[in-house]
Structures are given as structure tokens and as C-alpha cells.
Design a protein around this ligand. Structure first.
Ligand SMILES: [Zn+2]
Length: 71
């Protein structure tokens, strides 16, 4: 099911921006998140945000994007 994906403006302890779905309880505050877009899964959301930002440091949230969670 497609959802809106966001990433945290701040990086985590490993220097990655965590990627969340719209319905995640751990999604950052409005002021602290950036919309990636409407995507079918976390893989395509992360692929899109890497392309959009030109950065590689994104990691899926353990809770909502476990398939894309690296560490
Ligand atoms: Zn999440």
C-alpha cells in the first residue's frame, strides 16, 4: 500500500536521516521532517530521497520501515 514518506532533518547517532511513513508514531515533528513523497514502499522512498538530495545517508525507521532498516 502506498504511503507518504518523510525523513528526519536531523541525523541519528550513526549520521543517517531516518525515513518514516506518515502513520509512524516515531515520525519527527512537523518542523523537523521533510516530505519525500507518495511511494509504494520504503525501498523506493529511499531511492527517491537519495536522488532528490544527492546524499546517501538515509536509513529506514526500525518501527515503520523495518525492511529498510540498516542499523
Ligand atoms: Zn518510523
Amino acid at each position: 500500500m502506498a504511503k507518504f514518506y518523510y525523513y528526519n532533518k536531523n541525523t541519528d547517532s550513526k549520521g543517517n536521516h531516518e525515513v518514516h511513513t506518515e502513520d509512524c508514531s516515531y515520525k519527527p515533528d512537523v518542523s523537523n521532517r521533510v516530505l519525500i513523497g507518495y511511494e509504494n514502499n520504503c525501498q523506493s522512498a529511499i531511492q527517491r530521497v537519495k536522488k532528490d538530495t544527492g546524499k546517501n545517508n538515509f536509513d529506514g525507521c526500525y518501527f515503520c520501515c523495518n525492511d529498510c532498516h540498516i542499523g
